[in-house]
Design a protein around this ligand. Structure first.
Ligand code: C2E
Ligand code: MG
Ligand code: MG
Ligand code: MG
Length: 277
């Protein structure tokens, strides 16, 4: 029992550290300086095929290695970046790092897709698809191995320009994913018209689904819809093996969550993938 106690108090102190840090807000100037100084670091979380448990790819999750505050999580600076016109610089830095790492893993013989979170505010100019294609070309990265994730809550804005940009990216063979599905209000018409390849079910529906009939119904219905629309399906936030067992009984393709791995530094990915497979 004391083992559990110490695990719990460790989790507690981690949480309260995160809460304390969460109260801090950063100025646009400070964030700008951090981006310019190369203080953004990509971490990567593995995604696994539910059918055979093989690693199919990784999701890029950015952290800010702050000179005084240590590792800062994206919830604390992405909104500021979006509000202060820094999101293009931020996404650009994350993407260049992710493509560089993707090329390194490919050269090492790993076959991994690499997902990158993109803000709706990135989808306002036709420069964006050109930038993404050019970077892929420079790094020798195959667009079909790159997934661009956009959260469903951001899809409710005016969609004309974003739709044009997403369509151009898809014509260049990049893959597109709707993130945190179930937390927004995208209409069936939007799902029909948007060129998405993948749907990620939000972790608030996945976590605890094994003992909650309502969550299971929502997950099943979302998966069914995605399948009917020809999309790949991913469940995020898989923490418990019982939730994974439930997912195995559905048509869900891929799982991601702490049950398998937390986000890790780029330097750890190759060893993790080799040890896991
Ligand atoms: P997201 O894209 O939905 O990413 C999943 C988040 O859930 C990550 O949090 C990840 O660490 C966490 N997570 C993964 N598995 C589990 C699990 O089993 N249990 C729990 N409780 N959590 C899990 P993180 O890294 O703090 O990122 C939060 C959000 O910040 C991301 O949510 C994404 O929307 C945004 N974000 C991260 N990196 C970027 C980026 O480079 N650009 C943009 N625009 N947004 C980013
Ligand atoms: Mg994501
Ligand atoms: Mg998500
Ligand atoms: Mg999220």
């Amino acid at each position: 029992p004391h083992l559990l106690d110490s695990a719990l108090s460790k989790a507690d102190s981690t949480n309260s550290m995160r809460r304390r840090a969460a109260r801090k807000s950063y100025s646009a100037d400070e964030l700008h300086r951090g981006i310019q100084n190369g203080e953004l670091v990509n971490h990567y979380q593995p995604k696994l095929s539910i059918r055979n448990r093989r690693v199919t790819g990784v999701e890029t999750l950015v952290r800010w290695q702050h000179p005084l505050d240590g590792l800062v999580y994206p919830d604390q600076f992405i909104p500021e970046a979006e509000a202060h016109g820094l999101i293009d610089a931020l996404t650009g830095a994350v993407l260049v790092q992710a493509f560089t790492d993707a090329a390194i893993w490919r050269a090492a013989g790993l076959d991994l897709s690499v997902a990158i979170n993109v803000s709706m505010d990135n989808l306002t100019s036709l420069d964006f698809p050109d930038f993404v294609s050019e970077q892929a070309r420079l790094k020798g990265v195959n667009p079909a191995s790159i997934v661009l994730e956009v959260t469903e809550t951001q899809l409710m804005k005016d969609l004309r320009m974003p739709l044009e940009i997403l369509t151009r990216l898809r014509l260049r063979r990049f893959r597109l994913s709707i993130d945190d599905f179930g937390t927004g209000h995208s209409s069936l018409a939007q799902l029909r018209d948007l060129p998405f390849d993948e749907l990620k079910i939000d972790r608030s529906f996945v976590h605890g689904a094994h003992h909650n009939e309502t969550l299971r119904a929502i997950v099943q219905a979302s998966l069914g819809l995605a399948k009917e629309l020809g999309m790949e399906t991913v469940a995020e936030g898989v923490e418990e093996s019982e939730d994974f067992d439930f997912l195995k009984s559905t048509c869900c393709d891929v799982a991601q969550g702490y049950l398998f791995a937390k986000p890790m530094a780029a330097s750890q990915v190759e060893a993790w993938v080799r040890a896991y497979s």
